[in-house]
Design a protein around this ligand. Structure first.
Ligand code: CA
Ligand code: CA
Length: 170
């Protein structure tokens, strides 16, 4: 018996990936995510950081498709997401972090405007909002990421939190 709460949680995760809201996850959603993050920081797609982000988005998509696109039609439906991705991600959260790492690494480089290797809480909120996360949720998530409260959020914290968000019940 699948609980209503579980269904809602899955729906939110799915909606997070389905950036254009057309009911399935595909390459365009990952490109849209890269585009939105670049726009939030005024970074062009053809800059080094922009190209790295698109390459990371493509790798992320390929990794997700490898896990979840069971019929190989280059779309992940909600059914495929639930039966494929959610189970696999839950069984192997570190593996999911590795799939997402090139994208997260590149997104951090875009957000890290002073180039010190970490994003501020404010910069992290801007990334999350660009990805469609609600303001209050983004602020709470970014604050929670800064576990030692030094105002800086690094790659390891981001990758671990991302894996946790998609794999562990809230
Ligand atoms: Ca979509
Ligand atoms: Ca499919």
């Amino acid at each position: 018996m699948v609980s209503i709460e579980y269904e809602r949680r899955i729906a939110r995760r799915f909606a997070g990936f389905d950036q254009d809201g057309n009911g399935y996850i595909d390459r365009e959603d990952f490109n849209a995510a890269a585009k939105a993050v670049l726009a939030a920081f005024g970074t062009t797609a053809r800059s080094d950081k922009g190209q790295a982000l698109y390459i990371g988005a493509e790798a992320f998509w390929q990794g997700m498709a490898g896990i979840a696109d069971r019929d190989g039609d280059q779309r992940i439906t909600r059914e495929e997401f639930v039966s494929g991705a959610v189970k696999r991600l839950h069984d192997n959260p570190d593996g999911f972090g590795e799939i997402a790492r090139p994208f997260l690494h590149a997104a951090l480089a875009v957000a890290d405007t002073d180039g010190d290797g970490a994003a501020t809480v404010e910069e992290t909120v801007r990334v999350l909002e660009a990805l469609g996360v609600r303001d209050d949720v983004a602020a709470a998530a970014a604050a929670a990421l800064d576990t030692d409260a030094d105002g800086r959020i690094g790659e390891a914290e981001i990758v671990a939190a991302f894996a946790r968000y998609f794999t562990v019940p809230e």
